[in-house]
Design a protein around this ligand. Structure first.
Ligand code: CA
Length: 116
């Protein structure tokens, strides 16, 4: 599928993080959350999506071009997009995956696709 390259990049980032993992533990799975940070490796300010989301959502203006890392604790995959309305470059986060935003769109994320 077209997203395989992006998911490989995310997995490599997770493997390279070593023990600097503390902030990711601040992201709850019950109820399920998508957690986003403006620093790398789950550091800095955090923004969360909870509840039922599907399809494309543009991030709030205060978080536009600001997301550096993420932890997807939802039961669905999410895809971060470079531009509005889910266009441009992507970074894919399967369920249970944390890591820095890949795909060359760190600090460039403007919209998010929730689901498959
Ligand atoms: Ca952007």
């Amino acid at each position: 599928m077209v997203l395989s390259a992006a998911s490989l990049a995310v997995s490599t980032g997770v493997l390279g993080m070593g023990t600097a993992h503390a902030a990711y533990s601040e992201c709850n799975s019950s109820p399920q959350r998508l957690c986003l940070w403006d620093g790398s490796n789950g550091t800095g300010a955090k923004y969360e999506y909870g509840g039922d989301w599907s399809g494309c959502v543009n991030v709030v203006s205060t978080w536009n071009d600001r997301i550096s890392s993420a932890y997807n604790r939802m039961s669905i995959p999410v895809t971060l997009y470079q531009h509005a309305n889910c266009s441009g470059g992507i970074s894919y986060f399967r369920q249970g995956i944390s890591g820095n935003v890949g795909g060359g769109i760190g600090n460039k994320v403007t919209s998010i696709w929730f689901g498959y």
